[in-house]
Design a protein around this ligand. Structure first.
Ligand code: CUA
Length: 330
């Protein structure tokens, strides 16, 4: 019994690690909750069947053949091998099909376009228009990156696309995953039931920095969501000064947009409100001045495989000025 207690004690940390902001076991969305429910029911059923089969196997090994064993065997095959699985699988199929319309319920919340880039997420709130015949994401809207705010209790439609390679959008605590495929637009609906910050990942190998392609989904009450999008729509907090000059003078604007300044590049993430985000480098680093500086100076070391070149050749002073300015863009 002491051995069993030890085994349980050893398993506890493993079980505890099943929960967290990036776990299907911490279901916080309507879809993930129903999937988790389905999983537990199937796990329980499978455990019963497993114990039954193991029990029968032990019985078969240990008992001597009875006179009527052939008759018992045929019964077992008919009932245990044909009737039982047919009934159980039919019930599970029915249950699964019955759940599906729930996943397809139309969205009643905002519509947000998310594009999988190498290796980050382009996010646009309040996009206009339907995906066109060329199957590209709708354009316009308020652009941000690597962080998606959505209202709690509403069904937010996320339109998913990619300009070049296949990525997959997965926020385990909220819903299943959906591929982002160049040339077409996929949709997923996120309906968070609990406010919180949920981690998402890219779930399709897309290149060197695939493993560092994370995102955050921030689920907040509806009023807070509206206020956030309104704040994101504003131009940058500081649009002139040494920081802006250094940013423009060193070519950062070739790839980045900072609304309110001449910087209007569209290759990399929009940095208009970069300081308000939770992370840097797509879910990789805590967002602070020190990490901003490290990211600019040695991008390739901080995030190997990243497309942005390192700017270590710049004088430390220039990097500090740029990082300080970006740190003010709340
Ligand atoms: Cu993007 Cu893997």
């Amino acid at each position: 019994r002491a051995g069993a207690a030890k085994a349980v004690a050893a398993a506890l940390p493993v079980l505890a690690s099943c929960s967290g902001p990036q776990s299907t076991f911490t279901a916080a969305g309507s879809e993930s909750e129903s999937i988790l429910h389905l999983f537990y029911v199937m796990l329980a059923g499978a455990s019963v069947i497993w114990l039954f089969v193991i029990g029968l196997s032990l019985y078969a090994v240990r008992s001597t053949p009875a006179r009527d064993s052939a008759r018992i065997g045929v019964r077992l095959i008919v009932w245990g091998g044909c009737v039982f699985p047919t009934v159980v699988l039919a019930l599970l199929l029915y249950w699964g099909l019955e759940k599906m319309p729930g996943y397809r319920r139309p969205a009643d919340g905002p519509r947000i376009a998310v594009s999988g880039e190498r290796f980050w997420w382009r996010v646009a709130y309040d996009v206009e228009g339907e995906p066109g015949i060329v199957k590209s994401l709708p354009t316009g809207g308020v652009e941000s990156a690597n962080e998606i705010w959505i209202p709690v209790g509403r069904r937010t439609e996320i339109l998913l696309g990619s300009p070049d390679v296949i990525h997959s959008f997965w926020v385990p605590a909220l819903a299943g995953k959906t591929d982002m495929i160049p040339g077409r637009v996929n949709r997923i609906v996120l309906e968070p039931l609990v406010a919180g910050v949920y981690n998402g990942v890219c779930a399709e190998f897309c290149g060197d920095a695939h493993a560092q392609m994370g995102l955050r989904v921030v689920a907040v009450p509806e009023a807070e969501y509206a206020a956030h999008v309104a704040a994101m729509a504003e131009p940058a907090a500081v649009v002139s000064g040494r920081g802006v000059d250094a940013f423009l003078g060193n070519g950062c604007a070739a790839c980045h947009t900072v609304r309110g300044t001449p910087a209007a590049g569209s290759v990399g993430p929009d940095l208009t409100h970069v300081a308000s985000r939770l992370t840097l480098g797509a879910g990789l680093l805590e967002n602070n001045r020190e990490n901003l500086t490290a990211f600019i100076r040695a991008t390739d070391h901080v995030k190997p495989g990243v497309q942005m070149p390192a700017f270590g050749m710049l004088p430390d002073d220039d990097i500090a000025v740029i990082a300080n300015w970006l740190g003010e863009l709340r």
